[in-house]
Design a protein around this ligand. Structure first.
Ligand code: ZN
Length: 152
């Protein structure tokens, strides 16, 4: 593994990919999205439970693919619990800036920026950017209409 790759696969990323947080199906999910990255073969399904205030009461994911895609999904779910859907969109916007190697991270607060910056190394690997953003795009599509049929 060369130096730049070693840098990309930081401990945080390896840890998330080996021990993903919030992995598995989510009983009672109100929203669901499925994503696929054909360039790498990564698949991810995002389950959301939104409360009446459009706050993410719970979020889980399932999927398989490369370490970057799964670590990104794990990191994302960790961050999004308790956030409103608007805040989730803001975080995603900032994340997209970071993984494209842009200095301007939009409206990201300093703590969120620090958390997300572990993924910023992918900006040097264009093929990997889609791996890193897959979970976020899937989360967005789940928020924007991926409503699951309600059991009554
Ligand atoms: Zn991948």
């Amino acid at each position: 593994m060369d130096e730049s790759l070693r840098e990309l696969y930081q401990d945080v990323i390896l840890d998330h990919s080996r021990h993903p947080r919030h992995f598995g199906p989510l009983a009672g999910a109100t929203h669901k999205g499925e994503g696929y990255n054909p360039l790498c073969g990564d698949r991810v399904t995002i389950y959301l439970l939104l409360d009446a205030d459009k706050r993410i009461a719970d979020i889980k994911f399932e999927g398989k693919g490369c370490a970057i895609s799964q670590a990104s999904a794990s990191l994302m779910t960790d961050m999004l619990i308790g956030r409103t859907s608007d805040e989730a969109q803001t975080l995603m916007g900032g994340f997209l800036h970071l993984v494209k190697g842009e200095v301007d991270a939009g409206e990201l607060g300093p703590d969120d920026r620090e958390t997300l910056e572990v993924m910023a190394g992918v900006s040097a690997f264009p093929m990997r950017v889609k791996c890193a953003t897959l979970a976020w795009h899937t989360m967005k599509s789940a928020l924007e209409g991926g409503e699951t049929a309600k059991n009554s």
